[in-house]
Design a protein around this ligand. Structure first.
Ligand code: CO
Ligand code: CO
Ligand code: CO
Length: 304
């Protein structure tokens, strides 16, 4: 746990380490089954980001038994279990408490060969950055709460949030990845900053190549930004330098906290295009090269 990485790793033997992670949160969509799927996909993601294979999971549940019907909890758990099945993960237990505010997630244990562990510390100058899911889920969830996001938009975004990072993780390992992290609460720029710090490099991001949900531009321009977006900007903004031509809504999107976001894959330049086409063929259809690793300025993100 020495770096700000996605999960904790413990070496059991020369050829086996376990990866442990926990993630749980309050509902971000209305449908309980969808929420269960998203929460499980999100919790499993940290194992995938580190190049691991998730094996077992435990449910973490906070549920208001006095104000909500128990059938809601059943639907949430069903969504979680279906996602675990898809991931090949066995549910081995869990813990639940009566709480005023509903929360759900998983504690997950995975395995990895210690030499094949992927961290956010292996990026080298010249490497390319690949992002595997569009950005904007935080802004869209905020628009949903304000009654501004329609059913179609929510269905589309829900599908992405419930999508496992499994395929992307398997493919990046096949081609030989240098570093990786998944994009969640700190937004693309927050996680990029952590990667730059841990790898002791700088990062150049091309704002024109960022995959986003098309609805996000209007929502961001209407000020529908989650609190976490402003906190990310306050905390990481001093490490980021934007070119003058980068529009404000793109800046918002880059700081937007993601739920169950994609992987940010750092890979040798010659391997980047082939990986993107493999990802797209495998159904990770929004995968795109969004920037590169630079030597200087150290620990800074340049957005052009
Ligand atoms: Co993570
Ligand atoms: Co996490
Ligand atoms: Co117990």
């Amino acid at each position: 746990m020495e770096s700000l990485d996605d999960a904790g790793v413990y070496k059991l033997s020369e050829d086996l380490a376990i990866i442990q992670t926990i993630d749980f949160f309050t509902p971000i969509v209305d449908d309980p089954y969808d929420f269960g799927q998203i929460a499980a996909a999100n919790a499993l993601s940290d194992i995938y980001a580190m190049g691991g294979k998730p094996l077992t999971a435990m449910n973490v549940v906070c549920f208001p038994t006095k104000s909500l019907d128990i059938s809601i909890l059943k639907d949430i758990l069903r969504g979680g279990i279906d996602k675990m099945k898809e991931a090949g993960v066995t549910l081995v237990g869990g813990h639940s408490i009566d709480d005023k505010e509903l929360k759900y997630g998983l504690s997950v244990t995975g395995i990895v060969h210690p030499k094949r562990l992927v961290t956010n510390a292996g990026a080298r100058a010249g490497d390319k950055l690949i992002l595997t899911k569009p950005l904007g889920t935080g802004i869209i969830s905020t628009a949903l709460k304000a009654g501004k996001a329609g059913k179609e938009t929510m269905a589309k975004v829900t599908k992405y949030m419930a999508t496992l990072n499994k395929k992307a993780s398997e493919l990046m390992q096949k081609v030989g990845v240098h570093a990786c992290t998944d994009i969640t609460g700190f937004g693309l720029l927050g996680h990029a900053c952590q990667l730059a710090q841990n790898s002791q490099v700088g990062i150049k991001v091309n704002s024109n190549s960022i995959p986003t949900f098309k609805e996000v531009e209007n929502f961001a321009n209407a000020g529908l930004c989650p609190g976490g977006l402003h906190r990310n900007r306050e905390f990481y903004g001093k490490m980021v330098k934007f070119s003058d031509h980068v529009p404000d809504y793109i800046k918002d999107i880059l700081f937007d906290p993601q739920t169950s976001g994609g992987l940010l894959i750092i890979i040798a330049p010659e391997a980047a295009e082939p990986l993107v086409s493999k990802l797209r063929k495998a159904g990770v259809s929004d995968a795109a090269i969004i920037g590169e690793i630079i030597n200087k300025p150290l620990e800074k993100i340049i957005v052009e």
